[in-house]
Design a protein around this ligand. Structure first.
Ligand code: ADP
Length: 334
């Protein structure tokens, strides 16, 4: 479907899909990952073999799904998509694996959330391209071996540390995606503006980029929100001033913190005197899932130097107090 049609229907996922880079060359930033992955794929092509299994880790929206699609594209192989939470039984995984063809790429998003029995089945599939399918229960149960054609598993997770060691060890190539620098985000915003036909000035683009939490998905989303603002409240041209006013409306502050990021440091400073506070307590206080606080808000706040993880819990830094316009408490004597 065309980008225009997806936009007209307000289909967020289709719009996101249309904005995805299709080849490694189109990927902006992540230079090291791009080079390493390019090498892995080229070597596999030269040997006429399937590429090693690939593990991609990093906060949401940094390009894990995009890279999985590119791996399939570059190998001219079909891509199958599933996710850890969708695989609740080993049987779910067996069904997927038994339908695979030689060279297929299997993308498992949130692979750390797969059930334990499925995980154990996956070890074997990754290593030996076969699984044992257990039929029946109790003493009468029998294991039927099932051969699987060689395939490439691409797993995605917000943090590689969430995976059990034996699973992590079975990936031949592991890449950690980092938050993007402003100039890379600016290129992404400009590229998307081109595709969307948005009239964007250079400083408008840099304003959006600098408020995108280092995250391409957010950069694209903000671009579209601010474009709406420019059309309705201005003459359609997306200048820095228009971007600023639009982003204010959407509660994105000048450093890109969104309402959850701000809630976390607000609660930390105002209710807990700056910490240390355990992550679970913090999550309850902001009314969010622990995982969301830990895997979405926290990495960005740590990167911004607003939050520190200590053995006793999370602590707000003086910069966080300043960002909220509060006076940091005096540092206690060591
Ligand atoms: P993840 O799977 O890590 O949550 P996605 O791969 O879905 O993230 O990326 C989210 C959006 O960000 C995609 O629509 C894509 O267009 C954009 N994007 C991600 N990484 C890049 C990149 N390196 N260059 C350009 N666009 C990117």
């Amino acid at each position: 479907r065309s980008l225009t049609a997806a936009e007209a229907e307000g289909d967020e996922r289709a719009v996101e899909a249309a904005l995805r880079p299709k080849t490694l060359d189109e990927v902006v930033g992540q230079k090291r990952v791009r080079e390493q992955l390019g090498l892995v794929l080229e070597a596999a092509r030269n040997r006429g073999r399937v590429p090693d299994h690939v593990l991609l880790s990093g906060p949401p929206g940094l390009g894990k799904t995009t890279l999985a699609m590119i791996i399939a594209h570059e190998m001219t192989a079909p891509l199958r998509l599933t996710s850890g939470p969708a695989i609740t039984h080993a049987g779910d995984l067996a069904a997927i694996l038994s339908g695979m063809n030689d060279g297929d790429v299997l993308f498992v998003d949130e692979i750390h959330r797969m059930s334990r029995p499925a995980e154990e089945m996956l070890y074997m599939a990754m290593e030996d391209f076969r699984v044992d399918v257990v039929i029946g229960k109790g003493p009468g149960a029998t294991a039927i071996p099932l051969e699987i054609p060689p395939f490439t598993l691409v797993g995605a997770t917000t943090r590689a540390g969430l995976l059990p060691g034996p699973l992590r060890d079975r990936f031949g190539f592991t890449a950690r995606l980092e938050f993007y620098e402003s100039d890379d985000l600016e290129r992404i915003v400009r590229r998307s503006a081109g595709l969307l036909g948005v009239d964007l000035t250079d400083d408008g683009g840099s304003e959006i980029a600098s408020r995108s939490r280092g995250t391409p998905r957010i950069a694209n989303r903000l671009l579209r929100r601010v474009r709406d603002y420019a059309q309705v409240k201005a003459d359609g041209v997306l200048t820095r001033e228009v971007a600023r006013r639009g982003l204010e409306l959407y509660e994105v502050d000048e450093l890109g913190l969104d309402s959850l990021d701000r809630a976390v440091i607000e609660v930390l400073c105002r209710h807990f005197g700056g910490g240390p506070v355990g992550i679970s307590t913090l999550a309850v206080a902001v009314g969010e899932e622990r995982e969301t606080v830990e895997e979405v808000a926290e990495p960005f706040l740590v990167r911004m130097g607003f939050l520190a993880r200590t053995p006793r819990g999370r602590v707000a830094t003086p910069a966080a107090w300043r960002h909220l316009g509060l006076e940091a408490p005096p540092v206690p004597p060591a």
